[in-house]
Design a protein around this ligand. Structure first.
Ligand code: AMP
Length: 282
């Protein structure tokens, strides 16, 4: 496994790699990331992973500094998963001083949900993924459904800018109790983790209602809200950033579910912000 910190280094080995799938990550790899590595292997002979906590996608009051960076453990997981190339640049390699600001914006997909609550977040995501695409030149890029708005925006960016890259999606991996795996779960105390379980519980309940025939969004989002707030008696409070039901392609809110629709929640438990979603297909 090649572990490379420089852009020139990646460019030097790229021709030997043939058909290549890239899995962009911020590290602190968990089984969800590893599932994407295995999925990547099914789509290309060679797999590259980038591990880069991208400063331009964090807001000033977000967790850029404290984001976990267990590099040795991450490299071990990549090695075990049969990864061929790991790109681990420093921020100064990706953003040398004096680089002019550049913004790729897809406002119709990024002004709602996460974009509304994390100003500038998707500009940063698009910027770093565009750079990674140009550096690694993958044939395939793999992203998780867990960050469905990011996935939708990056798919749209790739086709709008004519990158010849196939976008592949992996399902959300969960802990046995339903909590969506996330690098940020390590921030949760035991009590907070218990409280956070209401997020997946709410989504599964609403999905159950959908499965038994409910199509009105207002009913499903009421179930989401009620379930999230139901266990608010304990010491740990959960604050809802949003609950939403949006069209899986346009990300516009719907009243009635007639097309694939994403039920999405963003909530804060203690100081930790968590997101999760399920896709409903009528
Ligand atoms: P991150 O390191 O959080 O930026 O995530 C890197 C990639 O892993 C993104 O495409 C995420 O959507 C994906 N991912 C994060 N959590 C999960 C999960 N629980 N299951 C599957 N993929 C995930």
């Amino acid at each position: 496994m090649n572990v490379i910190e420089t852009i020139d280094g990646v460019r030097a080995v790229r021709p030997e790699l043939g058909r290549l799938a890239l899995v962009p990550t911020m590290g602190a790899l968990h089984a969800g990331h590893v599932s994407l590595l295995h999925l990547a292997k099914k789509h290309a002979q060679r797999v590259a992973v980038s591990i880069f906590v991208n400063p331009t996608q964090f807001g000033p009051r977000e967790d850029y500094q404290k984001y976990p960076r267990p590099l040795d453990a991450d490299l071990k997981k990549c090695e075990d998963a049969g990864v061929d190339l790991v790109f681990v640049p420093q921020a100064s390699e990706m953003y040398p001083e004096g680089t002019p600001e550049i913004g790729i914006d897809l406002p119709s997909l990024s002004s709602q949900l996460e974009g509304k609550h994390r100003s500038g977040h998707f500009k940063g995501v698009c910027q770093v993924v565009a750079k990674l695409f140009n550096i690694v030149r993958p044939d395939v890029a793999v992203f998780g459904q867990k960050d469905f708005q990011q996935l939708r925006i990056l798919s749209a960016m790739t086709s709008a800018l004519n990158w010849p890259i196939e976008i592949v999606t992996g399902p959300t991996l969960r802990e046995s109790d339903g909590l969506a795996m996330s690098s940020r779960n390590v921030y949760l105390s035991d009590e907070e983790r218990q409280r956070a379980l209401s997020i997946s519980r709410a989504l599964f309940l609403a999905r159950g209602e959908f499965d038994s025939g409910v199509r009105q969004v207002i009913r499903l989002t009421a179930t989401l809200r009620n379930t999230l707030l139901d266990s608010q008696r304990g010491r740990v409070q959960l604050l809802i950033d949003y609950v939403a039901a949006v069209d899986a392609m346009t990300l516009q809110t719907a009243d009635l579910i007639t097309r694939p629709t994403v039920l999405a929640i963003a909530a804060r438990v203690g100081n930790t912000r968590l997101i999760d979603n399920v896709v409903l297909v009528p």
